[in-house]
Design a protein around this ligand. Sequence first.
Ligand SMILES: Nc1nc2c(ncn2[C@@H]2O[C@H](COP(=O)(O)OP(=O)(O)OP(=O)(O)O)[C@@H](O)[C@H]2O)c(=O)[nH]1
Length: 327
Amino acid sequence: MSFKAVPVTILTGFLGAGKTTFLNHLIAENPQKKFVIIENEFGEINIDSQLVINTDENIFELSNGCICCSVNGDLAALLNKLVTGPYDYDHLIIETTGIADPSAVAATFLTDYNIQTAFKLDGVIGIVDTLNVLDVLGVEEEASKQIAFSDFLIFNKSSKASAETLAEVKEKVKALNPFADFVFTDYSKTPSSNLLQLNAFDKTKVRFNLGFKTDDKPLIQLKAETHHHNIVSQSYILKPSFDLLKLRHYFSVMLMIQGAYFYRIKGILNIEGFKKQLIVQSVKGAPVFTEGDDWKNDEERETRIVFIGKNLKREILEKGLKQCFYK
Ligand SMILES: Nc1nc2c(ncn2[C@@H]2O[C@H](COP(=O)(O)OP(=O)(O)OP(=O)(O)O)[C@@H](O)[C@H]2O)c(=O)[nH]1
């Protein structure tokens, strides 16, 4: 019997951005789906689960702590219960608290082998409150992390914001996250069935997302350095191949020492001697490597990598990467 892992969508976004509103829209718009929903609330009483529209969905609550830290163990236990219990569902949605770091929640699905066999992370949808996001970016670190880690962004409450505000929000959010597609909405209303199939962690999608333009020559192409407050996105296209051992060591040490500064790393790596691409992502302060597609014969092998985080110094990252070139 073949077993298909259940897709998982994580909803993130700062306090009051419109996550529950989006969840209700999602449920109403996709009646054919059998959702199971995990509502995480910071307080002792779970109000969000009561705000979810009344349907036949299975709703579970994880209250009195944040899913990215204090109740993370409870999440694993709940997932186990979902797998072994008598529940009928074909898609899991997790609505995190407005102050959760979604990368830590994603880590549960990307690093735990047992969970990976039952669940497959499809994507992280970030709801951005266009009226208030400019006030919290650079002040509330989690708000930046949520944006940086999202695969799709919903710029909500948009008709209430001025055109100038929307332009500024878009510019600052894109500086934090150059990967994500986005849409402007009111009450989080947007065609949603495609958002349940983002396949954001599939190797082909990662490759597509990193397909920024390339020039030919330089050893290291410094594509973009974008800033918002002290949050920086640094992108590189590198021609020389990497030594896998050196690179693994570099990522592990760098993230062990400075993991808190890195909100997201996503890259496709050209490893010496490898027929396949190697994909690296950072979750919860640790690198996760997965195998990508074969390099095609007519394709130029090059590494594309983006780092998003706080106070990331271009020269230091560049120096570190160069030290990992195969010689
Ligand atoms: N004016 C306006 N209000 C909105 C919009 N979207 C959501 N709201 C309202 O904003 C409030 C917060 O929405 P929620 O969906 O509960 O937000 P949330 O992100 O789940 O909130 P937390 O769980 O507290 O973090 C509610 O009163 C919504 O009705 C919008 O596009 N425009």
